[in-house]
Design a protein around this ligand. Structure first.
Ligand code: ADP
Ligand code: ZN
Ligand code: MG
Length: 470
């Protein structure tokens, strides 16, 4: 039988705060085990949590980044369970009143809805491999602020899930909420998946696959689950609701615990943290400080600036890159030329040197001037790329570099006519061939003339004179 998958996501993202969510310990990745812990985040009795305001603001920014509603009132709850990576034996989370509700990300014209977004604290880490037969507890990650974003079960394909997760990571980065490094675990995805017969509208029983840490693993885990669940249904069995773990080496999923063994978390309101009130004014202030999101920039680039979808996607895929592009465009309005300079020239230079946009020696206004020189036909495309490289290596003003290196294009007809005559007489065979129908030889002759003229060659002017003379 053929089945349709139904998928919903739970995404955990670590917030880029300076300190942890309920104490003053530094919020940093890695470090020697148990060097970033204090009585509060290691759960000693008698200590009290104090909510980090920066975490609340970042969570609100995350909600706004996905077009959700920031609630005026939110509160914290205790989720009780015993595990050695959680020294308090409860996790502080938001259960009844999350900070944000609703929202969506649109992928290929389909709105994939978000149920809610809440704040919670991360647990520590158990290290199993350092000593034979012994597990060690590292509490550095205890109390690192997280948001959890829960979606509606709106996804029907691997592709939708992967594009959504990529877009989510990008939005969180744009908003300055999370660095979204999946390989380092700062963003992790749980996939809930069930299947139903094609044509049906009744959802099946779902399995939850925990902690997927790459786009590829998400795809493989879903494919595996569709196959596993289809085989169960085809042979007359029933899928059981359970939590499963994906094994990246085997490409399969294994049951961790079933619904029957699921914890009863005995949620109750956290008595040590007062509820959070945010006024409409406070929320509005945060809203005003948000950058334009990549999906909006994509529309502006493709609909107003005439870029292709591919060009626009490449530019928005990095906020600093897109900011630089925007700054240039707001000044010079040379949308296409700026895009070429950045996507062709600058990307190659950054790649070669392993530098990032923040290392660049020139500013947006130099890049914008360079794009204008090219756009106004003062220099040709080779010169534009060469000037870009010189600016990249040692800074400088593009117009000056062009002057100094004889790159300002000449359309001095007399001079060009002379050179064209010379090239035509030196390449009589090619001229003959062209006249006998080999159209490609025109390009060859153009190339010869351009080589004679040098850096100031004006291809359009040369083409005109050459066509007249040949
Ligand atoms: P619970 O309250 O048991 O945790 P939720 O309703 O909060 O369940 O859903 C948890 C996640 O599972 C959400 O991401 C949701 O979209 C997804 N989900 C719910 N029902 C299904 C289903 N039948 N198939 C696939 N995913 C589902
Ligand atoms: Zn601490
Ligand atoms: Mg849930």
């Amino acid at each position: 039988m053929s089945y349709i998958p139904v998928i919903g996501l739970e995404i955990h993202a670590e917030l880029l705060t300076d300190s942890k969510v309920f104490c003053g310990c530094a919020n940093e990745f890695g470090g020697d085990a148990n060097t970033r812990v204090c009585p509060r985040c290691s759960g000693l009795p008698g200590t009290l949590p104090i909510l980090n305001k920066q975490a609340v603001v970042l969570a609100a920014r995350a909600g706004l980044a996905i077009d959700g509603r920031v609630n005026n009132y939110s509160s914290f709850d205790r989720k009780n369970y015993f595990y050695p990576d959680l020294p308090k034996a409860y996790q502080i989370t938001q259960f009844e009143n999350p900070i944000c509700t609703g929202g969506y990300i649109e992928i290929d014209g389909k709105k994939l809805r978000i149920h809610h977004l809440h704040i919670e604290e991360d647990a520590g880490k158990l290290v199993h491999d350092d000593y034979e037969g012994i597990s060690m507890a590292d509490y550095n990650r205890c109390g690192v602020p997280l948001i959890e974003i829960v979606t509606e079960p709106d996804f029907r394909s691997v592709e939708e899930v992967q594009k959504f997760v990529e877009q989510m990571a990008l939005r969180l980065k744009y908003a300055g909420v999370c660095d979204a490094k999946m390989e380092q675990g700062s963003m992790r995805v749980d996939v809930n998946i069930s299947i139903m017969p094609a044509g049906s509208t009744v959802f099946g029983t779902r399995a939850e696959i925990k902690n997927l840490n790459s786009i590829k693993a998400i795809g493989r885990a879903i494919e595996y689950e569709i196959k596993r669940q289809s085989e169960i249904l085809d042979s007359g069995g029933t899928v059981v609701q359970e939590t499963r773990r994906f094994n990246d080496n085997h490409g399969d999923t294994k049951a961790l615990r079933s619904k029957e063994e699921a914890h009863d978390y005995r949620y109750f309101p956290e008595p040590d943290i007062p509820p959070v009130f945010m006024s409409d004014e406070e929320i509005d202030t945060i809203r005003k400080s948000m950058p334009e999101m990549p999906n909006k920039r994509f529309l502006r680039y493709t609909q107003e600036y005439g870029l292709t979808a591919e060009e626009a996607n490449l530019i928005v895929s990095d906020r600093a890159f897109s900011d630089l592009y925007d700054e240039c465009c707001f000044e010079g309005k040379c949308y296409k030329k700026t895009a070429s300079l950045m996507l062709v020239g600058l990307n190659r230079l950054l790649n070669d040197t392993q530098e990032s946009v923040s290392d660049i020696k020139f500013g947006a206004s130099e890049l914008s001037k360079l794009a204008s020189l090219w756009d106004e036909n003062k220099i040709n495309s080779n010169s534009a790329m060469e000037i870009l490289e010189r600016m990249f290596r040692s800074g400088g003003d593009p117009a000056e570099i062009a002057e100094k290196n004889g790159m300002i294009m000449t359309d001095n007809t007399d001079e060009l006519s002379g050179i064209v005559d010379k090239v035509l007489s030196e390449n009589a065979d090619a001229v003959e061939g062209y006249k006998n129908g080999n159209a490609k030889l025109f390009g060859f002759l153009m190339g010869r003339v351009i080589a004679e003229v040098g850096k100031s060659a004006n291809p359009a002017a040369i083409k005109k004179i050459l066509s007249e003379k040949i």
